[in-house]
Design a protein around this ligand. Structure first.
Ligand code: ZN
Length: 322
């Protein structure tokens, strides 16, 4: 590796844009967090990306010559090879936008663009729970379910960068419709969004008694995943049922991953991983029931380590993982 000191990581989200500059040990030296203002269109957002990169560089006194590269995690689908964002529902107007080239116009250093879940997987592999592990699968369970797979020490991309879209594996062929158009995807059943919706639906249709209702003063709109888990921790029967169902659904999807990839480790990130302790035993029970024994024997299920910084550290790690 070169003697260049710094790497920049950019986490481009539909609502927030976060940029950091790190050293090669993964220490964040400066950061910039701004609203994406996605409705202003691609040119304005790309200008913001450039501005935040300048901002973190200025903060540590770095010049372009000090940069090993710039990594960018973005919502997909995108082409990781060319750095072109093909289309993304979270960023209006982004159709075939050559993000990599546009940023390179300003900073003439190596630039890598990858989807946010892949970037987070690379981050965990470089600095977090996947460090030193050759075969691991990262999943993020939050608004949706995303995934990234490390196979034989390398991030798996597939033919056109859309591999390991684990959230869109079918779990129930007659299940609810997913944002992707298919029915019964893992994401449509087990994402944080699906978890909350299912809990609310149960209270709308029949269930009258739950601590959850007291916690939101009867206002179902106020229910989120955290409230359901909090109620479950207090022993609320309905909330415990919801958590049990979620853990079962996660266990089913994870069993598929275990059989498909034969990983050493499965790393769970995203907001829903905050309460992994409450679901762990039920997930393991499901794996025991469904996964192939030889595969199940070698796998560990662990929580992601990078937490809130997974996006930016993962983006920067794209540069280290070439
Ligand atoms: Zn889907």
């Amino acid at each position: 590796m070169s003697d260049k000191k710094y790497i920049v990581g950019v986490d481009l989200g539909g609502t927030k844009l976060s940029t950091v500059i790190i050293n090669k040990s993964g220490e964040i030296l400066a950061r910039a967090n701004v609203p994406t203002d996605a409705q202003k269109g691609p040119d304005a957002v790309i200008q913001k990306i450039k501005d935040t990169i300048h901002q973190v560089m200025d903060e540590v006194g770095a010049t372009v010559d000090d940069l090993e590269g710039i990594g960018i995690g973005s919502p997909g689908p995108l082409d990781a090879e060319t750095g072109v964002i093909k289309f993304t529902p979270n960023l209006p107007g982004w159709i075939n936008i050559p993000l990599k080239d546009k940023v390179q116009e300003e900073f003439n250093v190596p630039i890598k663009v990858d989807n946010d879940a892949n970037a987070a997987a690379v981050g965990e592999g470089t600095f977090g729970a996947g460090k030193g592990v050759k075969n691991f699968v990262y999943i993020t369970v939050s608004t949706g379910i995303g995934g990234g797979a490390f196979i034989e020490g390398k991030l798996f991309h597939g033919e056109n960068s859309n591999g390991a879209e684990l959230g869109h594996t079918t779990i129930d062929m007659h299940g609810p419709q997913c944002g992707c158009g298919n029915y019964g995807c893992w994401e449509a059943l087990a994402s944080g969004t699906a978890f909350t919706k299912f809990a609310i639906d149960g209270l709308k249709h029949g269930r009258r008694k739950s601590l959850i209702l007291d916690m939101v003063n009867g206002d179902l709109e106020k229910i989120d995943a955290k409230i359901v888990f909090d109620a479950a921790r207090k022993g609320d029967e309905y909330a415990l049922e919801m958590v049990e169902r979620e853990a079962e659904l996660l266990g089913v999807g994870i069993s598929n991953i275990i059989n498909n990839f034969n990983p050493r480790r499965i790393i769970i990130g995203g907001g829903m991983s905050n309460d992994l302790d409450m679901m762990y035993d039920r997930i393991m029970k499901e794996i025991d029931k469904r996964a192939l024994k030889a595969n199940a024997e070698v796998v560990e299920i662990v929580r992601a380590k990078l937490g809130k910084d997974a996006g930016v550290l993962g983006a920067a790690a794209l540069i280290l993982n070439q």
